[in-house]
Design a protein around this ligand. Structure first.
Ligand code: NAG
Ligand code: NAG
Ligand code: ZN
Length: 342
């Protein structure tokens, strides 16, 4: 074993709501971390393996009908018996399960009683994301969020440090802010697209960020998007919203400010600068390498969207002007059919 770190990983592939068809991200993430020799993985999911999901990676047809956590643990144990696993086959958003979930985050560490090192969210719906967000804000637990869009051609990962960077509720998607029941957004009879490629890329950049964060190398990304159509990878960093709806987020922000104020100010002259964290224990900076002007230039026009749907990011005009394929009105199904004909 090269290194031993304790991770609490949430996997969800729920089909009941494919608003964000993340599906394959969590299982692939767990496999990569298992092969890397992570110390302990805690897996949470309430779904069963389905034959209909076989276009995704990891699970196999003979596992159909098994709970995802049970099937995953079996496969992962075979790959690396040195890793310890703890699985929970339940819906983390129900009240009693949520309490148990929080207890496992704060006590399920490699050494029982200690908190986990990192929580990874690979869920496919806002309700579960909000639950993870709430738990982590309350506990001050650092976590990483991941997502794949419904049309399967974009995704993102995000590092959330309660009080220090924006939480999921600080800048909520419209569906959460407007209190829309996300189930009503699911179009009748439409099963969202799902591509193992996009999921593999998102799982890859998620685990890369996890390794960089835990093993302290390179620059850890606060937000990294992936747009498959243009091969565009936007990055940014977001400060928390002082008016965040989550009171624990606001409390964490206050505590963070206090902690920052108490820190001996070594370079008083540099206080004006935004970079305050160069010597934190992770060696990461709060500010992304892009300037505000560059960020502005890196976003394009916001398209007209139906109520309840927001864009994760927009395409800058330089990118679309460049040597790229023409925008097409074709759906993913049509594109796939075309690909088969080639
Ligand atoms: C999980 O629990 C929440 C809260 O009770 C509920 O709204 C949601 O529908 C549940 N999900 C499933 C798949 O049962
Ligand atoms: C999870 O919730 C279900 C139903 O709400 C309950 O039967 C079960 O005991 C809970 N599990 C834990 C570990 O809290
Ligand atoms: Zn917040």
């Amino acid at each position: 074993m090269i290194w031993k770190v304790n991770i609490c990983l949430c996997i969800t592939f729920a089909c009941w709501l494919r608003y964000l068809g993340v599906g394959g991200v969590g299982s692939v993430t767990a496999e990569m971390l298992t092969r890397c020799g992570i110390g302990k993985l805690l897996l949470f999911d309430y779904d069963k393996v389905e034959l209909a999901n076989m276009n995704r990676l990891f699970f196999q047809p003979h596992q159909a009908g098994l709970s995802k956590v049970e099937a995953a643990e079996h496969t992962l144990r075979n790959i690396n018996p040195d890793v310890s696993f703890e699985t929970h086959n339940y819906n983390i958003t129900t009240m009693e399960n949520f309490t148990h979930f929080m207890d496992r985050i704060s006590h399920g560490g490699l050494e029982e009683g200690k908190p986990v090192d990192l929580v990874l969210s690979c869920v496919d719906n806002f309700e579960a994301r909000m639950a993870i967000n709430q738990a982590c804000n309350e506990l001050g637990q650092i976590w990483m969020e991941s997502g794949v869009s419904e049309n399967a051609v974009s995704g993102h990962i995000q590092l959330i440090i309660p009080g220090e960077t924006a939480c999921f509720a600080c800048a909520p998607p419209l569906v959460v802010a407007a209190n829309i029941d996300e189930k009503t957004l699911k179009r009748e009879g439409v099963c969202a697209a799902s591509l193992p490629t996009t999921m593999g890329v998102v799982a890859g950049i998620l685990v890369q960020n996890v390794l960089k964060y835990l093993l302290k190398f390179g620059t850890v990304s606060y937000y990294l998007g992936y747009n498959a159509m243009q091969d565009f990878f936007p990055t940014m960093a977001m400060k928390p919203n002082p008016q965040c709806n989550d009171r624990h987020c606001r409390r964490q922000q206050e505590e963070y400010k206090k902690k920052e104020a108490e820190r001996p100010t070594v370079e008083v002259v540099q206080e004006e600068e935004d970079v305050v964290h160069e010597d934190n224990e992770w060696g990461i900076e709060l500010v992304s390498e892009v300037t505000d002007a560059e960020l502005q230039a890196a976003s394009g026009p916001v398209p007209d969207l139906p109520e309840g749907i927001t864009v994760a990011f927009t395409i800058p005009s330089e990118v679309t002007d460049g040597d790229t394929v023409e925008e097409t009105e074709q759906s993913l199904e049509e594109l796939m059919a075309q690909m088969k004909k080639l």
